[in-house]
Design a protein around this ligand. Structure first.
Ligand code: GLU
Length: 350
C-alpha cells in the first residue's frame, strides 16, 4: 500500500443503520486496521428535509457496541474536521463557485413549475432521465442562456438559484472500480446534476467529493447502490484537477433465497433483525428489532457480516476480529450479491 490509508464510513442520518451499512463500516474498518490506516466516520446530513434526529446517535451507539471505533468522527474530532457536512457549508459553496468561474458549472434559475413543464415535455416523447442536459439546458433559465447582466441582476436581487454541473454530452467517462474493473459511461446519459441547492447547501455529489478530497481519503469503500454516482464523482475530480481515490463498490445484500435485494418487508415477514440495535420509530412508535437485543453477541454478528461478500483464501469460517483484520483484502470481495441467511447468523451465534 503506497500511502497512508484513510477510509471513511459516510452514512446519512435519515433513519436507523441497516445491516448493509454496518457491513460497509466494518469493511472500511478492517481495511484501515489491516494497513495501519485511519477509519473516519463522517455524517452526511446535507439533506436536512430527510434528517431523522435520533439516527446520528443510533449510528454512534451501534458502532460503539460492535467495537468499530472511528479514529476521527463528529464525537471524537480530528485534524480534518468538522465531520458533519452541515458544518462545512461554506467550503462547498466556495468550490461550487470555483467551478462556475472555471466554466464547469452554471447558475440555474428555473422555478419548480418550469422544471416540471420540461420534464412533462420529455415524458410526452417517451424520454425518461436524464432531463437537464445538453438538449434541454439551452431552453431553460440559466447562466448559459441568459445575458451576463441578467444573471448579475438576478443574483443581486437574491432570486433563488441552484448551481448545476455542466456535462459535455460528447465525452466518455472511464472509471475504475476495484471489484468490477473499468466502467464506462457516456456523457449523453448523464444529467447536469445540481451541486449547490437553493438553500445554499451542497448536494450529496459535491459534498462527498469535496470532503473525500480534503479529508485525504485514499479508498472509497461503499455499497453498490452508489455505483451510478461514480461517473459524476470522477468528473468532479477531473474538474477540480484533484487526485482520485480508489473506488470499491461492495456487492448488494440479497434475501436468503438469492432473489431480490434484502428488504425490510422480507425481514419483518420472517421476524428477524436487520438492524444492529433496536430502533423505535418516532412516528409509529413501533420498535424494529436489533441483533443486540435479540441476543446476538457482537463477535458473532461481525463474523457473520464479514463473510457477506468477502471470503478468505482458505475455508476457515470462524474468525476473531483480529483474524479478520489479518486476512481481509479487497481482492477477495465478490462482484455478485451476498445472500443474507439468518440461519447462518444463528449458527455463528451458537
Ligand atoms: N451518504 C451516503 C450514504 O448514505 C454515502 C455514500 C458514499 O459512501 O459515498 O450511504
Amino acid at each position: 500500500m503506497p500511502q497512508n490509508v484513510r477510509v471513511r464510513f459516510a452514512p446519512s442520518p435519515t433513519g436507523p443503520l441497516h445491516i448493509g451499512g454496518v457491513r460497509t463500516a466494518f469493511y472500511n474498518y478492517l481495511f484501515a486496521k489491516k494497513h495501519q490506516g485511519q477509519f473516519i466516520l463522517r455524517i452526511e446530513d446535507t439533506d436536512q428535509n430527510r434528517l431523522v434526529p435520533q439516527s446520528e446517535s443510533y449510528i454512534q451507539e451501534a458502532l460503539t457496541w460492535l467495537g468499530i471505533t472511528p479514529d476521527e468522527s463528529p464525537q471524537k474530532g480530528g485534524e480534518m474536521g468538522p465531520y458533519r457536512q452541515s458544518e462545512r457549508k461554506s467550503l462547498y459553496e466556495k468550490y461550487a463557485l470555483a467551478l462556475v468561474k472555471a466554466g464547469k458549472a452554471y447558475y440555474a434559475f428555473d422555478t419548480p413549475e418550469e422544471l416540471e413543464a420540461m420534464r412533462a415535455k420529455f415524458k410526452a416523447i417517451g424520454q425518461a432521465a436524464p432531463q437537464y442536459n445538453a438538449i434541454s439546458r439551452m431552453q431553460m433559465k440559466n447562466s448559459l442562456t441568459l445575458s451576463q447582466e441578467e444573471v448579475s441582476q438576478r443574483l443581486k436581487q437574491g432570486q433563488p438559484y441552484v448551481i448545476r454541473m455542466l456535462i459535455d454530452p460528447q465525452i466518455t467517462i472511464k472509471a475504475k472500480d476495484t471489484i468490477r474493473g473499468w466502467v464506462q459511461v457516456k456523457g449523453v446519459n448523464l444529467d447536469d446534476k445540481v451541486l449547490l441547492k437553493a438553500d445554499g447547501m451542497a448536494t450529496y455529489h459535491l459534498a462527498n467529493v469535496v470532503d473525500d478530497h480534503f479529508m485525504q481519503i485514499t479508498h472509497v469503500i461503499r455499497g453498490e447502490e452508489w455505483l451510478p454516482s461514480l461517473a459524476y464523482h470522477i468528473l468532479l475530480y477531473e474538474y477540480f484537477q484533484w487526485e482520485k481515490p480508489e473506488f470499491v463498490h461492495l456487492p448488494l445484500l440479497l434475501n436468503a433465497n438469492g432473489k431480490g435485494k434484502l428488504s425490510k418487508r422480507n425481514t419483518q415477514q420472517h421476524d428477524f433483525p436487520i438492524l444492529p440495535l433496536d430502533w423505535q420509530d418516532a412516528h409509529t412508535q413501533q420498535t424494529l428489532p436489533g441483533f443486540k437485543q435479540a441476543g446476538y453477541l457482537k463477535e458473532a454478528l461481525l463474523n457473520f457480516i464479514a463473510l457477506l461478500g468477502w471470503h478468505p483464501s482458505h475455508n476457515q469460517e470462524l474468525f476473531t476480529c483480529d483474524e479478520l483484520i489479518a486476512n481481509f483484502s479487497l481482492s477477495r470481495i465478490s462482484k455478485s450479491g451476498a445472500c443474507f441467511d439468518i440461519d447462518k447468523a444463528k449458527w455463528f451465534n451458537q
